[in-house]
Write a protein that binds this ligand. Structure first.
Ligand code: TRP
Length: 446
């Protein structure tokens, strides 16, 4: 970018929050968090989850925002700009770019399924449909699942091509409130079902006896993943946050929004699951097999199914937008590419990785590496290795490395904001957060 050309930025405070919350609120909030909470002691789990959001999540989010806003560039180049020369710290950002590509390759597969389910809601959520059979046949059908994957990537690219304020921000400002309204409406319907209270009990009854070391570990990993930390998505968005915004306030608001949506997802799912007496579960089988069966038994089930899959589409789309922007901005800032060519190139790379992932559900199902199919392998490399490792290094950069100086200047807006909590945050970043992320990393490897 030339000297006199203004770097793009988010135009409003709400825009920043909508975009960053859009990144954080994803499939993880809807298909993973509720089940983890329910099966790990309900409110007891929720309490430690919230504690981890404050101790680990908000400080790490601040690290990412501040690196991006200080560095004024993509997730890798920002490190160089802060240090003042090319150093190996930028490899931390490049790991994030690699994990964005890996995550997109399977996120787009699953997001594509959501589109199929939204458009076919009325014929899937119907009595007499064997939803397990339907799902199995569908994901094994290469034509249809590839088509939806391509459509989803095209939607994401469409938003990215409009740029930061007119693309990412504008769409997030419409999509996130829409997501919130839809989830609240479905929640209201769900808690009105006969027998809903059992579900609320599963989710909220504080059973401290179920709270083990393993459940604390799940809460820790989930807090980290749910806030989209460790891969530069928030460095990328941070580089678009205006200098006058208060980063701490923003990080708190984004984290609260993400947690509220995760809890609402539980209020939406469990009353229905218990009212219809099915097994609560998590992941794709919950979303694509169990829930359609429940919708089929409800009045106007097709409509509820459609609303639910629209909700899921929005959650996935705003997360995909942030993932794609990580890679696109890298090509734009690092290699001086135009947004259009950077986007096309990124989409091609995602498809080269992503088509085999989609096919691994059917045609290539027997193809495994280290005993994992491509979907699980990419997920493992990104979520269990690159993200925690990247997060750990970012935090060390600020806590102990060359980023120590700039951090307090950046979050106090050069000393103009009074911030008593800064000493505490810096203490956490030095002595507590690296230790917690290291635990996530070790636990994810074994
Ligand atoms: N937070 C997302 C979710 O809850 C998943 C995710 C992890 C993500 N890292 C990301 C999304 C980076 C966008 C960018 O589903």
């Amino acid at each position: 970018m030339s000297e006199n050309q203004q770097r793009e930025s988010f135009g409003s405070k709400f825009g920043v929050i909508a975009a960053a919350a859009g990144s954080a609120v994803g499939l993880g909030n809807i298909w993973k968090f509720p089940y983890e909470t329910g099966s790990n002691g309900g409110a007891a789990f929720l309490l430690i989850y919230i504690a981890f959001i404050f101790i680990l999540g908000i400080p790490t989010m601040l690290v990412e925002f501040s690196i991006g806003r200080r560095g004024q560039a993509d997730a890798a180049t920002s490190f160089d700009n802060i240090v003042g020369k090319k150093t190996s710290w930028s490899i931390v950002g490049m790991m994030g770019i690699l994990s964005s590509l890996l995550i997109m390759s399977f996120y787009s597969t699953v997001a594509g399924w959501t589109l199929e389910y939204m458009f076919k809601a009325f014929s899937i959520a119907k009595e007499g449909v064997d939803t397990a059979q339907y799902f199995g046949d569908f994901i094994a059908d290469p034509g249809r699942s590839l088509l939806w994957q391509v459509v989803f990537m095209a939607l994401t690219a469409f938003v990215i091509l409009q740029g930061v304020a007119k693309g990412i921000e504008k769409f997030s400002k419409i999509l996130m409130p829409a997501l919130f309204v839809i989830i609240v409406i479905i929640c209201v319907r769900s808690v009105m079902l006969d027998g809903a209270s059992e579900g609320l009990k599963f989710l909220f009854y504080p059973d401290f006896s179920k709270l083990t070391f393993d459940s604390a570990l799940s809460a820790l990993g989930q807090a980290f993943f749910s806030l989209s930390l460790g891969m530069g998505a928030l460095i990328t968005y941070g580089s678009y946050i205006q200098k006058k915004e208060n980063l701490l306030e923003t990080a708190v608001q984004v984290s609260v929004a993400d947690t509220v949506v995760a809890v609402l997802a539980g209020v939406m799912i469990f009353p229905a699951v218990f009212a219809f007496g099915v097994e609560p579960g998590a992941g794709p089988s919950l979303v694509y097999i169990t829930l359609p069966k429940i919708f089929a038994q409800m009045a106007m089930g097709g409509l509820w199914a459609m609303a639910f899959f629209l909700l899921l589409t929005i959650a996935a789309l705003t997360s995909m937008i942030s993932l794609l922007e990580v890679v696109v901005l890298f090509f734009v800032d690092r290699f001086k590419m135009k947004r259009l060519s950077a986007t096309l190139l990124s989409v091609v790379v995602v498809m080269v990785l992503g088509v085999p992932v989609t096919l691994s559900m059917g045609l290539l199902g027997d193809f495994t590496i280290f005993g994992k199919n491509l979907f699980d392998l990419f997920d493992f490399i990104a979520s269990n290795i690159l993200m925690p490792l990247g997060g750990l290094l970012m935090v060390l950069f600020v806590g102990w490395g060359p980023g120590t100086e700039f951090f307090s200047k950046e979050i106090t807006n050069e000393g103009t904001l009074q911030m008593k909590s800064i000493i505490m945050i810096e203490g956490l970043l030095k002595y507590v957060v690296p230790f917690l992320i290291a635990i996530i990393l070790v636990a994810g490897l074994i």
